[in-house]
Design a protein around this ligand. Sequence first.
Ligand code: COA
Length: 148
Amino acid sequence: MTESAQVTIRPITQADLPRIAEIDTKVLGQSRPGYWEMKLALLEKHPQHASLVAELDGKVVGFILGGVSRWEYGIPETVGWIDTIGVDPDYQRRGIARTLFQEMSRRLKEMGVTSIYTLVTRRDWKLLKFFHRLGFQEGDMINLELDL
Ligand SMILES: CC(C)(COP(=O)(O)OP(=O)(O)OC[C@H]1O[C@@H](n2cnc3c(N)ncnc32)[C@H](O)[C@@H]1OP(=O)(O)O)[C@@H](O)C(=O)NCCC(=O)NCCS
């Protein structure tokens, strides 16, 4: 099913904070309001972001956060990052995340990006399936960790 024709995609604004935090709580099962306050404040300062929301009949139903690499981990500016993506469970499986991703990709390409990176927990089957469906494949980077 695709209802993406009715979906409006637009850049994220500070006013979207409460609704994004609400969706995030629904998809994650826990709230992290401080995180979103910090994130949206940072976005305003950095023009190289391509973070968007999806609206259906005037209501924000999903978001995607990301932008151009600023050499984090030595990764060049031709790489874009997807930081977080979320769609309200009441509106999932209608092509909303795909539409958000396509618009973000278009904007990143205009900024000179030639490939997009993201990180997914290997146990998150749903998110892995979603990214795989969009054409993502396992990349060259290995995440390293050490317990303290
Ligand atoms: C993953 C997520 C963004 C998908 O949003 P969505 O709007 O439902 O996705 P779409 O409808 O655009 O799906 C596109 C394709 O991805 C795949 N997909 C999406 N959700 C899926 C699921 N639950 N199971 C299997 N495949 C899925 C499908 O192949 C789908 O295409 P199809 O419906 O034609 O088969 C959404 O489920 C979500 O918000 N999950 C929580 C994300 C999260 O944990 N974020 C925090 C860390 S980044």
